[in-house]
Structures are given as C-alpha cells and as structure tokens.
Design a protein around this ligand. Structure first.
Ligand SMILES: NC(=O)c1ccc[n+]([C@@H]2O[C@H](COP(=O)([O-])OP(=O)(O)OC[C@H]3O[C@@H](n4cnc5c(N)ncnc54)[C@H](OP(=O)(O)O)[C@@H]3O)[C@@H](O)[C@H]2O)c1
Length: 288
C-alpha cells in the first residue's frame, strides 16, 4: 500500500476515534518503521543519513569537520568524501580562493595552521579537525622547524586550550612513519637527525623527518583526541574503490610488495575512521 493512502486511512480512522493530529502522526511514523522497515531518519530527510561504505550500510550521524589544506591533493579529496557522506565541512587555506569545490554544506575560510591563536578560534565547535597541510621542504634544515611538526604542535596547543570541548584531531603524515625497524620501534633514532640524511637507502628530507617528529609529539601529548594517518609509500590521485586494508600504522604491502593507495581511498579510510573510531590516540594506515 502507498504511504499516502496509509496516511489517509489513518487520518480518517483517527478522526473517527477522536485522536489529535500529533497522535495520528506518531501512529503513522510507528507504522512506517514496523511495516516498511525504514528508519525515522530516512523518512524525514536530514535528521540522520544512510551511509554506504564498501558495500555495507550504516546509519552515520553527520559531523562538523574542519580541514586545513582543503585545496591540496589529499585535503580536497577528504572534503569531497566527507560531503558525499553527509557531513558538514569547513575548508581552510592560507589562500582560500584555491579551494574550488562548492557545496551547500561546505564553508570556505582563510587560515594558517601555524597561527595557533587563530586556530583556537577557528576549530572551536567542530567535532573533528583534520590537518592535510602540505609539507614543502622548509627553509630551515632543522626538522623541528618543518611544517609537519610545527603544524602538529600548533594544533595540539589549540586543542589543549579548548580542553574538553576540543575536536578530535586527525593528522596526515608521511610514509616514512609506517617504517618501523621492528614493531613499535621508529625507523630512525631522533639522535641521528642532523648527522645523516640517508637511512637504508632512503634519502630523508627535513619534512619527512618532521612527520616522524610530529608523531612522536603526539605520542607524548596527553588528554587530547588524536589519530595520525600514516600513508603508504605510494599515495597518488586515482580511483575511489572503497576496497583496501586498514592497519595500525606499520607498512602494509600487497602480494607484489607494493605499498600503495589512491588519495580517494585514503579519504574513504579517514571518513570511515571518523564515523567509527578505532584508532584514537594511535597511528593508522590504509593500503591495498
Ligand atoms: N606517500 C606519502 O607519504 C605522501 C604522499 C603525498 C602526500 N603526503 C602528505 O599528505 C599531506 C598533504 O599533501 P598534499 O600533497 O595533499 O599537499 P598539497 O597538494 O601541496 O596541498 C597542500 C595544502 O596545504 C595548505 N597549506 C599549506 N600550508 C598551510 C598552512 N600553514 N596553513 C593552512 N594551510 C596550509 C595549502 O593551501 P594554502 O597554500 O592556500 O595554504 C594546500 O591546500 C602532507 O603532509 C604530505 O606530506 C604523503
């Protein structure tokens, strides 16, 4: 039977039984849930959103996400995935005009993640803050002054200032952070920094080391909600497949020994983690 016909019958019989309009409406909703198996949310639009992830259907509560680096290769894909999944997003950049996406649930604003005072104001009231800022080779050779480490330090300070009301923080790191010498033992020792730029055949830039230092900084940071996204070796623009593995941050390789994921699929993994947190206070990775 059509829903409109069902509603007409209810209204008719409800009036006969002298029922108020709100009572008739409640009866209608109850009937919809029990007869059709559909949730109240799907009947009434925006109250909650059905989210299809990798073939499974879950009811996801829309959240407010603020993304630093929203015009970047990784950041723009995170913004797209979040919007497609029903979330509200604010995209931040030093040059906001570079953020070209448009959507009713997307706000665009100017900001610099390294300016902690402005970060505190910007991120207040959000559920999640994501740092996908680029990691250009810094002017200084000192990895402590690199953008990845400085951005993380700035965000942690902002979260501490906001205290219990602070959003959850997600930081996009570099693949170097997936390489443990053995499980849980970093790929290089902090005391070696500055004395060598090459370890096991990989030439390390200050920014790459900066990602590792950012992770160390997070490990030492108490009472904040963080997740460090350690990408695989090959992270490039590609296709959204929704099919990948997620791990605790130690490098994941496929049968051919490749460690790779598309930026689209990394974005899926990040939004999955926002909707169903498993890696709070931890490093996580995603790869095919
Ligand atoms: N395999 C790997 O390990 C791998 C591969 C690729 C990327 N990554 C990592 O992923 C992250 C994102 O890389 P990407 O390639 O997407 O970068 P990208 O394309 O160069 O984009 C960088 C973004 O960061 C913004 N930004 C830079 N400095 C900022 C600041 N101080 N405050 C606010 N926004 C700032 C830029 O916008 P404005 O200029 O307007 O500020 C831009 O939107 C980096 O940490 C990178 O190391 C890792």
């Amino acid at each position: 039977m059509k829903k409109s016909a069902m509603l007409k019958i209810l209204v008719h019989h409800g009036r006969l039984a002298n029922l108020d309009k709100p009572v008739i409406l409640m009866l209608f909703i109850f009937l919809m849930i029990t007869v059709t198996g559909e949730g109240v949310a799907s009947q009434f639009g925006q109250m909650a959103k059905k989210v299809t992830v990798s073939g499974s259907v879950q009811i996801g509560k829309p959240v407010k996400i603020i993304v630093y680096g929203a015009s970047g290769r990784v950041g723009s894909r995170i913004v797209r995935e979040a919007l497609d999944r029903g979330h509200s997003v604010t995209g931040i950049g030093r040059t906001p005009a570079k953020i070209t996406q448009r959507h009713a649930r997307l706000k665009i604003a100017q900001g610099n993640v390294l300016d902690t005072a402005s970060v505190i104001k910007r991120i207040a009231g959000y559920d999640v803050v994501i740092s996908a800022v680029g990691a250009p080779n810094s002017k200084s050779d000192d990895p402590m002054l690199s953008v990845p480490r400085q951005a993380t330090v700035s965000l942690v300070k902002a979260l501490r200032t906001l205290g219990a009301k602070a959003p959850r923080m997600m930081v996009i790191g570099g693949a170097i952070t997936t390489l443990d010498l053995k499980r849980g033992v970093p790929y290089f020792r902090a005391k070696d920094i500055g004395t060598t730029t090459e370890i096991n055949g990989i030439t390390l830039t200050p920014s790459m080391i900066g990602h590792r230092l950012a992770l160390d900084y997070l490990y030492a940071s108490k009472n904040i909600k963080w997740t460090f996204i350690a990408p695989p070796m090959r992270l490039r623009p590609g296709k959204r497949t929704g099919k990948f593995r997620v791990g605790n941050g130690v490098v994941l390789r496929d049968k051919q020994g490749e460690s790779a994921i598309s930026m689209e699929d990394l974005a899926v993994a990040i939004i999955n983690e926002i909707e169903a947190p498993k890696y709070l206070g931890r490093r996580m990775t995603a790869a095919y």
